[in-house]
Structure formats: structure tokens, C-alpha cells
Design a protein around this ligand. Structure first.
Ligand SMILES: Nc1ncnc2c1ncn2[C@@H]1O[C@H](COP(=O)(O)OP(=O)(O)O)[C@@H](O)[C@H]1O
Ligand SMILES: [Mg+2]
Length: 465
């Protein structure tokens, strides 16, 4: 295996300087490129993505200082060179993020020492990244990644259950991977070559849902002009995935139970029964036990479904999975968007770790996907993350003033609402306040304050526990 080659880009009018560098760096695994002016420098930078740029300080001036372009790439070391460093010039260069300064004429031993140091750092980074990638591979399961004890337990359960199950229930908050688990169960089952059909029970009205699931005959209801098979018939011999089963009406629950117990199906409006052979996987983000105790979910159906139950934990309860998931999505999106991203800055990682992830893995996926679009260099930096995640630090050193508590609250509310598709009940649950409080906060944000309402209500008065 040959050593990896690092690119060193020298941007300088002086033609002879490349030869000086060549001599100084003899034997090191680097290739030296020279650009004679700004434009060439930028084009070489874009084409070769060098790890190091040595820039003549005089070429750094201009409308957009070259340095600003490079400063956006934190995987890049930028060294400025000049024959006359003034104290202010040197300080300014350092403030703009130059990794080092060199004085001309260049001293070969100094140049060599500097570049060797950068190579050593880059090697360490590359090694860490290889280890990360190996770990990622080892922790893959059916398109999912995870290494937390909880996820490993889930993977192992799926492996054991898949060859045998007839019905299964998957529970967990939204965005935790319920659908992926359902697909894994199907893919590892003897029916993997048959259909896997998905129905989201929360997306349709009661009548439409029943007709969608069980089919109907002509004239069964207004608009039923033809006989139509439902998803149970369509998925026959395969697997049907019923998402958000907690939304199913009691009547539909009764029909479902009958199919599970006797494999008998009646289309809506028809006395005729047909036989179907279905593996059923149901999922819900609601507490079905509680629904049963309230009489909203049939107990017999619940017992039937939950003989095999797979519970997915919120991401906040398995943060060890975060780095792996981040790397997984980083790889996915950088391929998708044709970028050469290979890491996440330490600062960005800290922000990601501190975040509470109310939207779970789906939220993380969105955040990394957006950051991949925003990222300009080879790594994702804190600037590339959405404001709601950066806000946690609310640092004044970036020129932004501290936010007031009310502003933080309002930002956070907006963020959580976005993650739950504007569902105020879910947002209230996540934030630990009543739904009324959410409305008060929203009203206050648009300046529509009801002054009769005590303003403290949003912050404290009805927190749970
Ligand atoms: N462990 C995981 N590894 C990789 N991707 C995951 C994982 N869990 C969830 N995802 C991704 O997160 C998103 C939400 O998952 P999904 O199965 O639709 O969640 P749910 O059905 O619980 O709302 C999907 O894009 C899915 O691919
Ligand atoms: Mg889902």
C-alpha cells in the first residue's frame, strides 16, 4: 500500500518557490502545486482540495480576501508568507485563523518541520476516521445502525423473532425507526420475497380507512361505484404494516381481530367472507396500554398484537448511538449530494450531543442532511447546523447578543413544533406544558398577547411532575 499523498497548494507570484518547496519537502508524502495568482489558486483549491495552502500575504488582499474562502474549510491549514511581517499584520492574520506564518526567504528546515507537523495531525485524523468507519460497518443491521445496549437488544430480538412471527407490535416515539424495524422483520422472514405493504392509519378518515384496509363492494357507501379489494387482499401471503394503529376505530379493530383469529375477511358492505393469509406488524407512538384502560383500544386485540412487542427508545436515552448515526447520515448525504465530506467539527459534535432530539433519529437525519447541503469544506462545522441547535450556546463572541429567556423559549417552541409537523398536542407533551400554554406562547410571539392571562403561565405554572 502506498502512502497517502497530501496536496500542498502554494499561491505565489514567484515561479521559483515551487522548486524551493519541492527541495524542502523531499521524501515527505506530499505533492506541491503552485498557482501564480488568486484565480488560479481558487481553481486549484476547488479541484484538488489540498490539505494545506501556503499563501503569499500580498495575494490575500482584494475584494474577498482569499483567506476568507479558506477559513471556511476547517480541514485546511492555511499558512501566510511575507518578507516583512509587521506586528499588526501578523496579529490580523492569526485572528483570521491562519495556522502559521512564514517569513521569506523561506528556511527549508522550518518549512519541512511545519509540513511534517501537519501531516502527522492529518494522519491521526485519518486513522481515527478509519476506526470510525470500521465501527460503523460492524454496527449495521438491515440498514439501521446502533451500538447502544438497547439497540443491540432490539437487533437481536428482530433476528430471533423474524423467522417465526405472525403478528408483532412495535412501539416507540415518532422518528425512532419503527418502520425500519418492520421492514427488517419482513426481510428476515420466510416471506421476504412477498409484498411488504404499508398503511398509515392516521392518514385517513374512518370510512376511507376501513375501505382501504378491507376493501368494499359497489354501493357500500356513497362514492363506492365499483367493487374494490383492500390492502389485506393485496398483501395476501405477504406482510402488512399498520402504522399508528392507535388511531384505528373500535369497529375496524374488531374486524382486524377477526382476521387475525380466523383469517376471515369481509369487504365493507359484503356478507361474503374470503380467506387471507397475512403477517401483520403494527406500530404506534401512543401508549396502547393506556388506550386499553380508557376503552379506546380493544384489550383482546392488544394482547394478540403484543405477544411479540419490540420497544424503541427515544434517541435521548441512547446517546451512545449518536456518533454512529451521525457518521451514517454523513456518508449517506455526502454521496447523495456529491460532496466530499468526511467529518464533523468538534464544536458541532458538542452541540449535537447537547441537543435533546425530540424528533429522534428522523430529526438527526434532517439536521445532518441540511448541514451537508450547507457545508463548504470537507467537514460539517457548527455554522452549518440549524439555528435551533446552535442557539443552545448563544455565544456573544460571534457578534450576536445574548438572547432573552423568552426568545430562547420561543425559538425552542418553534423548533419542536417543526419537528412534530405542527402538532400542538405532541409539542405540549414534549415540552411538558399544557396545550393551552402552547397557544399562549404562540399568541405572545405574534404580538397578540392576552393581558388578562398571567404571563408566567408559559414558563412554570403547569409543568408536569
Ligand atoms: N437506527 C437507525 N439507523 C439508521 N437510520 C435510522 C435508524 N432509525 C431511524 N432511522 C431513519 O430515521 C427516519 C425515521 O425512521 P422511521 O422508521 O420512519 O421512524 P418511525 O416510524 O418510528 O417514525 C427514517 O428515515 C429512518 O431511515
Ligand atoms: Mg413511522
Amino acid at each position: 500500500m502506498s502512502d497517502p499523498v497530501y496536496f500542498v497548494l502554494v499561491i505565489d507570484h514567484d515561479v521559483g518557490i515551487a522548486a524551493d518547496f519541492g527541495r524542502a519537502l523531499l521524501g515527505l508524502p506530499v505533492a506541491v502545486l503552485r498557482a501564480g495568482d488568486r484565480a488560479e489558486g481558487i481553481s486549484f483549491y476547488r479541484e484538488f482540495l489540498p490539505q494545506m495552502v501556503l499563501l503569499d500575504a500580498e495575494l490575500d488582499d482584494g475584494e474577498v480576501p482569499l483567506h476568507d474562502l479558506f477559513a471556511n474549510d476547517s480541514a485546511l491549514e492555511v499558512v501566510l508568507m511575507t518578507d516583512r511581517w509587521t506586528q499588526t499584520g501578523a496579529l490580523a492574520a492569526a485572528a483570521r485563523g491562519a495556522s502559521d506564518l512564514l517569513t521569506k526567504p523561506l528556511e527549508p528546515s522550518k518549512v519541512r518541520q511545519l509540513v511534517s507537523g501537519f501531516i502527522a495531525q492529518a494522519e491521526t485524523r485519518r486513522h481515527t476516521q478509519e476506526l470510525d468507519n470500521e465501527l460503523l460497518e460492524a454496527c449495521q443491521f438491515q440498514g439501521m445502525v446502533g451500538r447502544s445496549p438497547r439497540m443491540l437488544e432490539v437487533f437481536s430480538r428482530v433476528r430471533r423473532v423474524a423467522p417465526l412471527f405472525q403478528t408483532a407490535l412495535i412501539t416507540g416515539p415518532t422518528g425512532t425507526g419503527k418502520e425500519l424495524i418492520a421492514r427488517a422483520l419482513h426481510n428476515l422472514s420466510p416471506r421476504s420475497r412477498e409484498k411488504f405493504v404499508v398503511c398509515d392509519c392516521s392518514a385517513l378518515t374512518e370510512t376511507l380507512l376501513e375501505s382501504q384496509l378491507f376493501g368494499h363492494v359497489k354501493g357500500a357507501f356513497t362514492g363506492a361505484t365499483l367493487d374494490r379489494a383492500g390492502l389485506f387482499e393485496y398483501a395476501n401471503r405477504g406482510t402488512l404494516f399498520l402504522d399508528e394503529i392507535g388511531e384505528l376505530s373500535l369497529r375496524a379493530q374488531a374486524k382486524l381481530l377477526r382476521i387475525l383469529q380466523s383469517q376471515e375477511l369481509q369487504r365493507v358492505g359484503s356478507p361474503v367472507t374470503t380467506t387471507v393469509d397475512i403477517h401483520l406488524i403494527a406500530a404506534t407512538n401512543r401508549d396502547v396500554r393506556e388506550l386499553t384502560s380508557k376503552g379506546q383500544f380493544r384489550e383482546d386485540l392488544f394482547y394478540r398484537l403484543s405477544m411479540i412487542e419490540i420497544q424503541l427508545a427515544p434517541l435521548a436515552d441512547r446517546k451512545v448511538d449518536l456518533p454512529l448515526l451521525q457518521r451514517h447520515f454523513l456518508q449517506h448525504f455526502s454521496t447523495k449530494y456529491g460532496k466530499r465530506l468526511n467529518g464533523i467539527s468538534r464544536r458541532a459534535q458538542i452541540l449535537l450531543t447537547r441537543h435533546s432530539w425530540p424528533g429522534n433519529v428522523r430529526e438527526l437525519e434532517n439536521v445532518i442532511g441540511n448541514a451537508c447541503i450547507m457545508a463548504q469544506g470537507k467537514i460539517i462545522r457548527d455554522e452549518d447546523l440549524p439555528e435551533a441547535i446552535r442557539v443552545q450556546m448563544a455565544r456573544p463572541d460571534r457578534g450576536a447578543p445574548f438572547m432573552t429567556l423568552e426568545e430562547v423559549q420561543s425559538h425552542h417552541l418553534e423548533y419542536v413544533l417543526k419537528q412534530v409537523d405542527g402538532n400542538k398536542a405532541r409539542a405540549a407533551e414534549i415540552l411538558g406544558v399544557s396545550r393551552a400554554t402552547i397557544y399562549v406562547m404562540l399568541a405572545r410571539r405574534i404580538g397578540n398577547v392576552c393581558h388578562a392571562m398571567p404571563l408566567t403561565v408559559a414558563a412554570t405554572s403547569d409543568r408536569r411532575g
